[in-house]
Design a protein around this ligand. Structure first.
Ligand code: TTP
Ligand code: MN
Ligand code: MN
Ligand code: MN
Length: 415
């Protein structure tokens, strides 16, 4: 990264993409306490309310000093995004060392149940609320309701259940989870079976191992591809909930043509190798989210379930595995969520930025581009609004330059 482009300490900006947001901030406990309030609004379906808290939390994450009565009055109270409600909560935190509403939410059965239900892939806030309203509370309730064995986990998963493709190569949607109108991705039974695996965070070493294995398989079908591990990993998170890999081709002239259809080919190959077991989304197969809580781009992508092969039972790997942490030979590897995104060389850097997050950083990048620059930013490109002129950034730094933003290192994008 060029050292000439220093991060300007622009913590007063209303745009998260113009601020530096570390993974852990000087006011972490306050940020965590406020975040619970936002999360509870989100679970209650109050999305505008939730976003307001998310913004306030992000503003606090960027504030470089410890918040005291003095710095609160001097700086924080005046920051954009700190409205009267949040103002009162911070005041309460400074006086009592805690926020009463946060404590009561964390103790409430409703919050605990809704949080638990939404750990099942495909169950969003509205489905979770429905399950709660009809009386479900615990994971045992959920298992009974869906008629699966108590304590079911991935050891019971028959990979044969995960029929991926029709003979003509189209992915088959499975099951019937009603998730805010989305096309059902995997059956409730499969989702419940995978719940504990998905809830187990992925250490950086495993993210890197997955990336290595996947790129080696890709090299077998297409030479010359390059990639970046994006998502939370790139922002420096010690553990991730899934793995996001953005891929392009090094041939700048013909890359766009070369990567066409490659996403489906790689997905199929990884499926044949027993590594991809389920597909929630594959390019050309668009799920529709009427609530627009997520932003979709037009890149070829596969949202999948992935599992590394078990380590071979050789004397060498056995002695190796005693020397290091991580899985031992022959042990079952956990199922992981894997997102593969293919971008042509022209839009590789917008794709890398668009998939590095955080969600709020991305949201504000789009807002900044639109409101401040008359441009449209998206993982699939950067254009000028009035004449649709297309920009072709040569690097990640170039994207920031074109947008008139100071460089923000990926590890400072944890808004
Ligand atoms: P996620 O993988 O959902 O989140 P994360 O990597 O920040 O954190 P973790 O996985 O550890 O929970 O999303 C990664 C980025 O991808 C996110 O910043 C925004 C982008 N994204 C899209 O552009 N479109 C989408 O549909 C999704 C789900 C994500
Ligand atoms: Mn991720
Ligand atoms: Mn996530
Ligand atoms: Mn992801």
């Amino acid at each position: 990264k060029p050292t000439s482009q220093k991060v300007k300490n622009n913590w007063r900006s209303r745009y998260a993409c113009a601020r530096a947001s570390p993974l852990v901030c000087p006011n972490q406990d306050l940020a965590v306490a406020l975040n619970v309030l936002g999360r509870s609004r989100e679970l209650d379906g109050l999305f505008a309310n939730a976003l307001a808290y998310e913004r306030a939390v992000a503003v606090i994450k960027s504030y470089p000093n410890l918040i005291t009565q003095e710095t609160f009055k001097r700086d924080v109270a005046k920051l954009p995004g700190i409205g009267s409600k949040v103002h009162a909560k911070i005041k309460e935190y400074l006086e009592d060392g805690k926020i009463a509403e946060t404590e009561s939410i964390l103790r409430s059965e409703r919050y605990q149940s809704l949080s638990l239900f939404t750990t099942v892939y495909g169950i969003g806030p509205s489905t979770a609320r429905h399950l709660y309203e009809i009386g479900l509370r615990t994971s045992e309730d959920l298992e009974r309701y869906h008629d699966v064995a108590p304590g079911i986990d991935a050891t019971e998963l028959e990979v044969s259940e995960s029929q991926l493709f029709t003979p003509n190569g189209q992915p088959i949607p499975q099951g019937n989870i009603k998730n805010d109108g989305k096309i059902p991705p995997i059956s409730v039974k499969v989702a419940l079976t995978l719940r504990k695996d998905f809830a187990t965070p992925i250490p950086r070493s495993e993210v890197e191992e997955m990336h290595r294995v996947i790129m080696a398989e890709l090299a077998e079908i297409q030479a010359g591809c390059t990639s970046t591990i994006a998502g939370g990993y790139r922002r420096g998170k010690p553990q991730s909930n899934d793995v996001d890999i953005v891929i392009t081709h090094s041939d700048v002239k013909n890359g766009a043509e070369i990567i066409k259809g490659l996403c489906t080919k790689l997905t199929k190959r990884l499926h044949e190798r027993g590594m991809i077991t389920h597909v929630m989304h594959l390019s050309g197969f668009h799920t529709h989210n009427p609530l627009r809580t997520e932003h979709w781009d037009s890149l070829e992508k596969a949202l999948t379930v992935f599992r590394l092969p078990a380590l071979p039972l050789t004397p060498r790997s056995q002695s190796q595995s005693q020397l290091q942490f991580g899985p031992s030979a022959g042990e079952r590897r956990l199922y992981r969520r894997l997102d593969l995104i293919f971008a042509p060389p022209e839009t590789y850097w917008t794709a890398v930025i668009g998939w590095s997050g955080s969600r709020l950083f991305e949201r504000d990048l789009r807002l900044w581009a639109k409101v401040e620059k008359g441009m449209k930013f998206d993982s699939s490109g950067l254009t000028r609004r009035h004449d649709s002129k297309i920009f072709v950034p040569k690097s990640e730094e170039d994207v920031f330059k074109i947008l008139g933003l100071d460089w923000v290192d990926p590890t400072m994008r944890n808004a």
